[in-house]
Design a protein around this ligand. Structure first.
Ligand code: CDP
Length: 232
């Protein structure tokens, strides 16, 4: 069974990743994922201002997910709405799991993901790019967050839904972030209605998809930072 865009049900859209594209940032990542385009940047760790927001035991992550006004055909209001704030908050929690924050007390790490072009699955693409930008910044990483959407469209359990698939009559759309290689789910959000049996199938499709995303993330890191000698 193939899909509206002729993919197999467990096939990701084409993903293209490049690290270090924003030279003024400490770390950055450009990511194309089907018709999604994301740029993620990292600035910090740097001293937290105002100081009362600092944590004396660890760095604070300030993650912001934003869609550019031109990222969709109906102009997106650039003022962050409830959706942007919720995505930022829960994705920030996921990123906290991936970084050894205890090394940088009283600091803040600013992480920004801007969606330049959107075609569903943007929070997963943004989180995937953000975790790579953190690695590019040389932050001490416990792992990478590999994120992807899975769900149901036209009666099939599918990986990485497009906007057309999200708009089908029976659509269920789940965003999953997995801390890799630990294989720990650190983000899960869902739109739609589903029974427990189908839910388990959707999660299983998503977790397998996240493993594929992880392989592409590792490849992108090795492209910029090739291993030498025995480590290769
Ligand atoms: O992008 P993601 O699937 O993570 O989030 P969503 O809230 O399920 O949105 C799905 C898609 O709807 C986005 O990727 C955009 O293509 C579109 N969208 C839009 O056109 N205008 C918005 N204000 C929000 C989303």
């Amino acid at each position: 069974m193939t899909r509206l865009d002729n993919r197999q049900i467990d096939q990701l859209r084409p993903i293209n990743i490049k690290l270090g594209v924003v030279k003024s940032a400490d770390g950055s990542c450009y990511l194309e994922w089907g018709r999604n385009i994301v740029i993620a940047t990292v600035h910090g760790p740097k001293p937290m201002f105002p100081k009362h927001l600092a944590d004396s035991t660890k760095a604070v992550i300030d993650y912001r997910y934003r869609m550019a006004p031109f990222s969709v055909s109906d102009r997106k209001n650039p003022v962050p709405g409830k959706r942007d704030k919720e995505i930022s908050l829960v994705s920030g929690f996921a990123l906290e799991k991936a970084i050894d924050l205890e090394q940088f007390p009283n600091t803040v790490i600013d992480i920004n993901s801007i969606i330049l072009s959107a075609d569903a699955g943007t929070r997963a693409a943004a989180l995937t790019a953000a975790s790579l930008a953190c690695a590019d910044a040389g932050l001490p990483m416990k792992g990478l967050v590999s994120a992807v959407a899975s769900g149901r469209a036209n009666g099939e359990f599918v990986l990485d839904l497009t906007k057309d698939e999200e708009d089908t009559f029976d659509a269920v759309d789940t965003a999953i972030g997995v801390l890799m290689p630990q294989n720990e789910i650190v983000l899960m959000q869902m739109d739609g209605f589903v029974n427990q049996k189908d839910w388990k199938k959707i999660i299983s499709v998503g977790v397998k998809g996240a493993e594929k995303v992880y392989e592409l993330q590792k490849k992108a890191i090795l492209e910029k930072y090739p291993l030498e000698g025995d480590l290769q």
